[in-house]
Design a protein. Structure first.
Length: 142
C-alpha cells in the first residue's frame, strides 16, 4: 500500500498528467517527466511516498533525479547539497529551493499536477520518454 503525501488540490493546478504507476518508479529512485520547458523528477522513497520537484538543483542546476534518495531528501550528484523532497528546499547551511509539484494517486495511477500554461506536454500531446533512474543508490540502510 502506497502512502502519498497529502497535497490539497490547488486552484493553480490546471492539468493532471498521468505518469504511470508507483511501481514504475524504482524504490529510492526517480523517473523524469519531460515537459516542453522543463523536466520534473518524480521520486519514490523507501516508504513509498512520492514527491515531484523540478529536476534542477537550486545550487547550480544539477540533475536531482540522478541523486541519492534518503529518507525524504535527495542528495544532488554534483556538489552534495541535500534537498528536501517535501518542500524542495536545501537543508543545513545551504539555501534555495527548487519548485515542487503536487502528485496524487487516482485509481492506482499517479497524476502529476501541472500549474502553468506553458507546462505543456510535448508537441504530440504526450510526455516524452520517462527515463528510469535505475542506478540511484541507497544512502541509508533499512
Ligand atoms: S548543483 Fe546541486 S549541489 Fe551543486
Amino acid at each position: 500500500m502506497s502512502t502519498l503525501p497529502h497535497i490539497p488540490d490547488s486552484p493553480q493546478v490546471i492539468q493532471w498528467l498521468d505518469i504511470g504507476t508507483l511501481q514504475d518508479i524504482p524504490i529510492r529512485g526517480a523517473r523524469r517527466v519531460k515537459l516542453q520547458h522543463r523536466t520534473i523528477a518524480v521520486f519514490r522513497t523507501a516508504t513509498d511516498e512520492v514527491f515531484a520537484v523540478e529536476d534542477k538543483c537550486p545550487h547550480s542546476g544539477g540533475p536531482l533525479s540522478q541523486g541519492i534518495v534518503h529518507d525524504d531528501c535527495v542528495t544532488c550528484p554534483l556538489h552534495n547539497w541535500v534537498i528536501s523532497l517535501r518542500d524542495g528546499c536545501a537543508q543545513g547551511e545551504d539555501s534555495g529551493c527548487t519548485q515542487r509539484f503536487p502528485v496524487r494517486l487516482c485509481n492506482q495511477r499517479l497524476h502529476l499536477g501541472l500549474q502553468l500554461p506553458e507546462e505543456q506536454i510535448d508537441s504530440q500531446g504526450k510526455t516524452t520518454d520517462l527515463h528510469r533512474q535505475r542506478s540511484v543508490v541507497r544512502a541509508t540502510g533499512d
